[in-house]
Design a protein. Structure first.
Length: 120
């Protein structure tokens, strides 16, 4: 089973996530994105899942592929914080794939969560 969630706002890069010198700035940004993603999870009626999963990302922005990891980190952390997945360690989070897709609107990130087993 797969669930797709689309984000269409400013996309923080990996540099944005880790470039701030003070931890309070990074913490405030993480809380902001966790709220945004939890709202999207609620809108998508995302259910809690106890098994393994993978995430695929399609995006269209000015960022290089490796800089999209910044927003992916916020997304995955929000999944864990909201208890939509058990953990994001290698026992549960089994893979990540990121591809640019210029057919998407600018500043769009499409996250697809792939649930790998039926233990839900």
């Amino acid at each position: 089973m797969d669930v797709t969630i689309e984000y269409k706002e400013k996309i923080p890069s990996l540099n944005d996530v880790y470039g701030s010198k003070h931890w309070t700035t990074r913490y405030a940004a993480s809380q902001k994105y966790h709220l945004i993603f939890n709202s999207l999870f609620k809108k998508a009626k995302l259910k809690k899942y106890k098994g393994q999963f993978k995430i695929s990302i399609l995006y269209n922005s000015r960022h290089d592929v490796d800089n999209i990891v910044g927003i992916e980190k916020y997304f995955t952390d929000a999944l864990v914080e909201g208890k939509f997945v058990v953990k994001d360690d290698k026992r549960y989070f089994r893979g990540l794939k990121i591809d640019p897709d210029e057919t998407l609107s600018k500043n769009t990130v499409r996250f697809t969560i792939h649930y790998l087993d039926a233990d839900n």
